[in-house]
Design a protein around this ligand. Structure first.
Ligand code: ZN
Length: 88
């Protein structure tokens, strides 16, 4: 499993975070609001980010980079850190 470059935790998933504007519409007449609220459009604001679930730092900013993160076995700088216990 890959390791977070910020906190060195061994992680098997990332939090994918994005900001999106969603446009809704509903009917309004003399008798007030009627029917269901309907989602008519949505728009991604900025880019998606990927956070480490352990330290919360943003470590990647594209889906492609996140896919590579799990494909490659990232070599550790210090092999002795395997015995380190991460406080969760
Ligand atoms: Zn981390």
């Amino acid at each position: 499993m890959p390791y977070c470059p910020e906190c060195d935790a061994n992680i098997d998933f990332l939090y994918s975070i994005w900001n999106e504007t969603i446009h809704y519409q509903e009917h309004f007449s003399g008798s007030g609001f009627e029917g269901d609220v309907e989602e008519v459009d949505s728009e991604l604001n900025g880019s998606r980010e990927f956070e480490c679930p352990e330290c919360g730092d943003v470590i990647l900013r594209t889906i492609e980079a996140a896919e590579e993160f799990f494909e490659e076995e990232t070599p550790r700088q210090n092999p002795n850190s395997d015995i380190r216990i991460n406080n969760v």
